[in-house]
Design a protein around this ligand. Structure first.
Ligand SMILES: Nc1ncnc2c1ncn2[C@@H]1O[C@H](COP(=O)(O)OP(=O)(O)OP(=O)(O)O)[C@@H](O)[C@H]1O
Length: 326
């Protein structure tokens, strides 16, 4: 059955036409009357369905096509092939009532508008552009000020904000009209650890509180792991995986890491192998061998400390990306 709302992309393709020019003055003159064009396929027949209220992490290496897909879904780019429907409308039609229901926030440029304005004036302007009734505006703003902790920023000029402050103000700008669909392109890029944690907490609360649908791209796997129960991996413009993160990482790693500290610098019991790091051993153990391995460690040595963990997500993603030809 057709899902009436949410997001639906069918066979979405995007080809950019890029002028090609050799370096040098002569080549610059020649290109005036003989332009060479190369085509770049950024998306190649991508299908995607996102249910209302779902949070999806769009992942893939640099140049995979993630931003292109987001821009198409947000109505900024017209695809060269296929169809997109967001909240049952073609996003590229850019109908005002549609624009009022979606938002795109780019971590690299979280705030548009006039840099001389204060954050409060920018928010008021946003409220007018998006036709938010005054009482609703005040209510939304109060919530956002509380959730994002931006009270102290309201009377500051936009141009005087730090990157983290810009991101928080940018989120407030994008969310003050309560969009139902949120496209976030690397929302924590360049943020310090605390700012990234606070941004993630905010986004989690926002989607729970409002029921918004969210598509997020990030190279920080913590963002994706914490916010998106579902991930979509694309590379070279093609969708390669759609499911939960564990299902994806299980494809490359079938082990867990057992880390152990033994008394008096003792060696590992016979038959166990591991890498020594700072007085601890790290053992890569097949998932079904974790319990027997721990049993052998406890039986064969005096264990001071022991932990079992998954391989770091970034390492797993590196392995996944490396499997794909660049
Ligand atoms: N305006 C443009 N003109 C020409 N080519 C473009 C344009 N925008 C993107 N591309 C190309 O399209 C491909 C996909 O780019 P896109 O920005 O969608 O990737 P991405 O997955 O968001 O990458 P990143 O993680 O580096 O931001 C790349 O090869 C890129 O060089």
């Amino acid at each position: 059955m057709t899902e009436p709302l949410g997001i639906r992309a069918e066979s979405l393709s995007m080809t950019y036409r890029v002028p090609v020019r050799e370096s040098g003055l002569g080549a610059a003159f020649r290109s005036l009357w003989r332009r060479q064009i190369r085509t770049v396929t950024a998306l190649d027949a991508v299908d995607l369905q996102v249910r209302p209220g779902e949070s999806v992490g769009l992942i893939g290496p640099n140049g995979a096509g993630k931003t292109t897909l987001m821009k198409i879904l947000a109505g900024i780019l017209k695809p060269t092939g296929g169809t997109a429907r967001v909240l049952d409308q073609d996003p590229f039609q850019r109908r005002p009532e549609q624009l009022r229901r979606i938002a795109l926030v780019r971590g690299s440029q979280p705030l548009g508008g006039a840099p001389e304005l204060t954050v409060m004036d920018s928010l008021r302007y946003q409220g007018l552009v998006f036709d938010v009734p005054p009482a609703r505006f005040t209510q939304n703003l109060d919530e956002l000020v509380e959730l994002l902790g931006i009270g102290r920023l309201l009377d500051r000029q936009v141009r005087a904000l730090s990157l983290g402050e810009r991101m928080r103000a940018g989120l407030a700008m994008a969310l003050v009209y309560r969009p139902q669909v949120l496209f976030l392109d690397e929302p924590t890029i360049g943020l310090d650890v605390s700012a990234a944690v606070r941004t993630r907490e905010f986004l989690r609360k926002y989607v729970v509180h409002t029921g918004a649908t969210m598509i997020l791209t990030s190279h920080y796997m913590t963002d994706v792991a914490e916010l998106c129960p579902r991930v979509v991996l694309i590379n070279h413009g093609t969708k390669l995986y759609d499911g939960d993160l564990t299902g994806l990482t299980d494809r490359v790693r079938h082990d867990k890491l057992v880390e152990v500290r033994l008394a008096d610098g003792a060696a590992l019991p016979d038959g166990l192998e591991g890498v020594e790091k700072n007085g601890r051993y790290e053992l890569s153990v097949a998932r079904d061998q974790v319990a027997p391995t721990i049993g052998r460690l406890l039986a064969g040595a005096t264990v001071l400390d022991l932990s079992v963990r998954e391989a770091p997500l970034d390492v797993l993603m590196d392995e996944i990306y490396r499997r794909e030809p660049r």
